[in-house]
Design a protein around this ligand. Structure first.
Ligand code: DQA
Length: 138
């Protein structure tokens, strides 16, 4: 089965309690469970991870080179700051989907720029936790 790496950046471990009006009430572990179930139903193996550390995310992207069939990444705040994540993603040849729970374009201007979008095949944002399933379908 094709393997999809789902990466989640800083503070997403707090989902459920973190600004629920913006990010919804589902926990990251509930999203992981749903992603695994949905992936299985459409023939995908899911490797779901979260880190608050930029370096760890870069390490995981590097280890995905040649070993996974797709990457879904919610880089969280690193979306708007991380040249290191951009550079790591440039080394990956599989499809990359950038994902955000919230619609970053309807929020503060500093969230409108993404370092990741130039290397993403597609961007999904604003659909809350359902976005993870949409990304798997995509
Ligand atoms: C986010 C949007 C980012 O701007 C923010 O820093 C996050 C989460 C989202 O999923 O909506 O932490 O990536």
């Amino acid at each position: 089965m094709p393997k999809i790496l789902i990466l989640n950046g800083p503070n997403l471990n707090l989902l459920g309690n973190r600004e629920p009006e913006t990010y919804g009430r589902e926990t990251l572990s509930a999203i992981e469970t749903k992603s695994g179930q949905h992936g299985e139903s459409i023939g995908l193996t899911i490797d779901f991870r979260q880190s608050n550390s930029e370096g760890e995310l870069v390490d995981w992207i590097q280890s995905a080179i040649g070993t996974v069939d797709g990457i879904i990444i919610n880089p969280a705040a690193y979306t708007h700051t991380s040249v290191a994540i951009l550079d790591a993603l440039k080394q990956v040849s599989c499809p990359i989907i950038e994902l955000h729970l919230s619609n970053i374009f309807s929020r503060e201007p500093f969230r409108h720029h993404s370092y990741v979008s130039p290397v993403a095949n597609g961007v999904i944002c604003g659909f809350g936790a359902h976005g993870y399933l949409l990304a798997l379908d995509a």
